[in-house]
Design a protein around this ligand. Sequence first.
Ligand code: THU
Length: 130
Amino acid sequence: MPASDALVEHARRAREYAVADYSHFKVGAALETSDGTVISGCNVENATYGLTVCAERVAMFKALSDGHRTFTRIAIVADTADPTPPCGACRQILWEFGGDLEVVLANLTDVKGTHRLKDLLPLPFDARLL
Ligand code: THU
């Protein structure tokens, strides 16, 4: 597996902006649109703890609010030996707006794995069921 690709490098840079004063667990994400644009995000914590927003959702909400609607990949970076997969809430949001994204998990030096979102969120609830 390669140590990096351009999308992972974007996520590594975004991680540097993490607002993680409570957990000290910094995460970066980089979302690629179908036209190749990259939108990054970092986790944003706050004193109520519960209103924390993960890096993945920050990236997706930034992208949506800039008018992007179709996505291909997301890279997620943390400074851990084991990869940091998206939490359940993020999987739901990524599925709703990104569909079956390729999810690239990496740390500061290596790419640790690549997954399809459909495998991370089997039997999803989504608009087809409404
Ligand atoms: N976090 C993310 O930003 N993305 C993940 O995939 C896992 C967890 C954040 C939330 C919180 O700020 C910190 O990491 C510890 O849970």
